[in-house]
Design a protein around this ligand. Structure first.
Ligand code: FES
Length: 69
């Protein structure tokens, strides 16, 4: 699993296979990538809907690889 914090954007989670989100907005099936909103402007929380591009959200980014060692 890899987690990417997109500069000025969402939290991207890349998995090695499909999975299902079952939270308040769910269930949502996914085929290996999902983007969670971190700007607060999405109309489809907890998912990113692209509003960060026009909301003026500014934040740093980074990556975390959670592969087994
Ligand atoms: S991070 Fe994309 S809409 Fe919030």
């Amino acid at each position: 699993m890899k987690i990417t914090v997109v500069p000025n954007g969402p939290l991207l989670i890349d998995t090695e296979g499909p999975w299902t989100y079952t939270g308040e907005a769910g269930p949502t099936k996914n085929n290996g990538r999902i983007a969670f909103c971190r700007c607060g402007a999405s109309a489809n929380k907890p998912f990113c809907d692209g509003k960060h591009k026009t909301s003026g959200f500014l934040a740093g980014g980074g990556e975390c690889d959670l592969a087994p060692r």
